[in-house]
Design a protein around this ligand. Sequence first.
Ligand code: OAD
Ligand code: ZN
Length: 290
Amino acid sequence: NIVKDSTMDSLIELLQKKEFKNIIVMTGAGVSTAVGIPDFRSPETGIYSNLGKFDLPHPEDMFDIEYFLYNPQPFYTVMKDLLPKKVKPSKTHYFIRLLADKGILLRHYTQNIDTLERVAGVPEELLVESHGSFHTAHCVGIKDKPGCRKEYSREFIREKVAAQEVPYCTECGGLVKPDIVFFGEELPQKFFDCYYEDFQKCDLLLVFGTSLKVQPFCNLIDFAKIDTPRCLINNKLAGVTGHPRKGFDFSGSFQKYRRDVFYKGNCDDGAVILAKHMGLEEELNELVNT
Ligand code: OAD
Ligand code: ZN
């Protein structure tokens, strides 16, 4: 199962032989832009390029727990775009679901919080929502006063946000924050429980739509074994920090090895090409059209 070189053709050759049984799929915001949810770091359209009105020291502060407790407004304002009411998953989401149906998805590690993988039907046990999700929310208190951790539903938050109100806890007055992982917070336990064994077992790593800039998620790609093909499907190269021979730290970067294949283009186009060569194109179309 070793790719001959870094070309899509050599990966396709292996896909056609149906060699892969333990596929890990990693995703970022680029898999949801096709259905109208903005990503973070794309120039002009990304969320971080559109925060001027909030006068934040750094765009990432919007997702920083300390900053949130001090000023939750930017987060709740932007959240409206991140939590649209009626959004259908993208072809890429359905492709991942199809891999699960075929029993060849070992795990899906997503950074996304839009829950579209759940909507597409990726089974919960195969899913690691590495940055949490909007599924539930908890009271986190306010600056200098810890919250009571009371649980709230997604609907509670949605209603408040729609009415342009900040959601406060009905018990203690703390801020109610969706259970998405902010900078300064731990990733879910499931991430740490699963990744090491999963990546040892992984025989193909597919990475869709991420800039591979946020740790520890981006470092996962380094845990794949040395002969495991890694394919990045993204509209630009991601995670590169330097030239391999010049002694740069290359953790979390693509194109470090010959087994790294880069498909430069749309996630959904990449998913269709992969599906086609795995003999799954028709089934993918059926899923997408249901
Ligand atoms: P980014 O916005 O950093 O990266 C998205 C990548 O997808 C970029 O390289 C885009 O060029 C690319 N892209 C966008 N649309 C695409 C498409 N249709 N086809 C192919 N490529 C496309 O988003 P993430 O890498 O997901 O954290 O960001 C990681 C984390 O940073 C997020 O989870 C979020 C953010 O801070 C938290 O919220 C905690
Ligand atoms: Zn409370």
